[in-house]
Design a protein around this ligand. Structure first.
Ligand SMILES: [Zn+2]
Length: 382
């Protein structure tokens, strides 16, 4: 029923339409045409002026074939990371790669083609199903920005799947919460050769803070990173300002808060150790910290309906199934905090965010089959 040749052709077509974050317009236009051709009512929201994209998030609504069946959400993102322009896919049997100069874009076009094929099969084969909302977001790779600006009131479904994960036959049910941080260290400028005792080096304060910090894989649940540092003017000037960008992630919100507090304290502690008196006036190093919650955790229990649906569907098809956690966020993190019960299903992408990215056509076929089963099962269970 699921048509492998159709999946392959559609995948090859979509990866050749560039859609780097904020430039999803061309692929959104193509997908609108495809979805309308399949019988959906398609709407593109007006989030473009907030995300900076040349299009909005795309919602396609398909009617159900079973009266009163609960609607189901299928979601993927349209954007890719860079280098993602002029992708030239190379096909070798069932394996599809890029030519090595760009990413492939299987993240997340493998998810998109699995969704399209599943909905086609449900409708062509007249498999009993409820209404299906297909949501294709923009700017996911920039920090889930499209999803954050999407109004979930536009969806009929309150249960569904995000397809945006590497591997196959796996369901991500736990993903971290994340904080984005910026620190500005203020020191005191002075001539490095003539009056070094009259300066406070912001670079030195930052160095002491970072050296004292727990970073990397802090625990099984928590990771942290200082990813950018910028400051100073010249080798003969004691630097009075350094800016740093950092992040922390944790599967537990308590763990996230503890790590964030620890990172702030390292800066405070380092700054407290640096003060000078110049001309009778005392100067102290100081740190400005800004912390923003980037996204909330995904934490879906094995007993929830969505996990049970995928587990039962996998059993019915005789394919393996397991749930797992990941260290990365996805649109699922955003929707779960807004009352939509979602988990993130793997859809065949591999070695993502690299020029070695590849997919195996058989994984995309298997994912489409699983979606057909899940959506059918959802309609049969009240
Ligand atoms: Zn992705």
């Amino acid at each position: 029923m699921v048509n492998a040749a159709r999946i392959k052709d559609e995948f090859l077509e979509l990866v050749q339409i560039s859609s780097v974050s904020r430039r999803e317009g061309a692929v959104a236009k193509r997908l609108t045409k495809v979805l309308e051709g399949m019988g959906a009512a398609v709407e593109v929201d007006d989030s473009g002026h907030k995300t900076g994209s040349d299009t909005g998030n795309l919602v396609a609504r398909f009617p159900g074939s079973v009266p009163d069946a609960a609607p189901f959400l299928l979601c993927a993102h349209m954007d890719t990371v860079m280098p993602g322009d002029n992708v030239r896919p190379v096909v070798n049997g069932d394996i599809i790669k890029s030519d090595g100069t760009t990413i492939l874009g299987g993240d997340d076009k493998s998810g998109i083609v699995a969704i399209l094929e599943a909905v086609r099969v449900l409708r062509e084969q007249r498999i009993a199903h409820g209404p299906v909302d297909v949501l294709l977001t923009v700017c996911e790779e920039m920090g889930l920005v499209g999803a954050k600006h999407f109004d979930v009131g536009r969806l009929r479904a309150r249960t569904g799947l995000v397809l945006d994960c590497d591997g196959v036959h796996e369901l991500i049910t736990r993903a971290p919460a994340a904080n984005r941080m910026s620190f500005t260290v203020h020191g005191l400028e002075a001539h490095a050769g003539i009056a070094p005792e009259e300066g406070i080096s912001a670079i030195r304060v930052a160095a002491e803070a970072i050296a004292a910090m727990r970073l990397g894989r802090v625990s099984a649940q928590t990771t942290a990173n200082v990813g950018r540092i910028e400051g100073g003017l010249a080798s003969n000037i004691i630097p009075n300002r350094v800016m740093l960008r950092a992040e922390a992630r944790s599967l537990s919100v308590d763990g996230l808060e503890a790590q964030t507090a620890h990172m702030r304290e390292c800066f405070e502690h380092a700054a407290a150790g640096h003060r000078v008196t110049v001309g009778g006036r005392e100067h102290a190093a100081r740190v400005e910290a800004r912390v923003d919650r980037d996204y909330d955790p995904l934490d879906v229990a094995d007993s929830t309906r969505i996990v049970q649906l995928v587990a039962t569907a996998s059993r019915a098809l005789g394919v393996p199934f397991r749930t797992r956690s990941t260290g990365g966020g996805s649109d699922a993190n955003v929707f779960t905090g807004r009352g939509v019960e979602v988990a993130n299903l793997s859809c065949g992408m591999r070695e993502i965010h690299t020029v070695n990215e590849w997919v195996d056509l058989r994984d995309m076929v298997s994912t489409a089959r699983l979606l057909v089963e899940v959506v059918g099962l959802h309609a049969s269970k009240k």
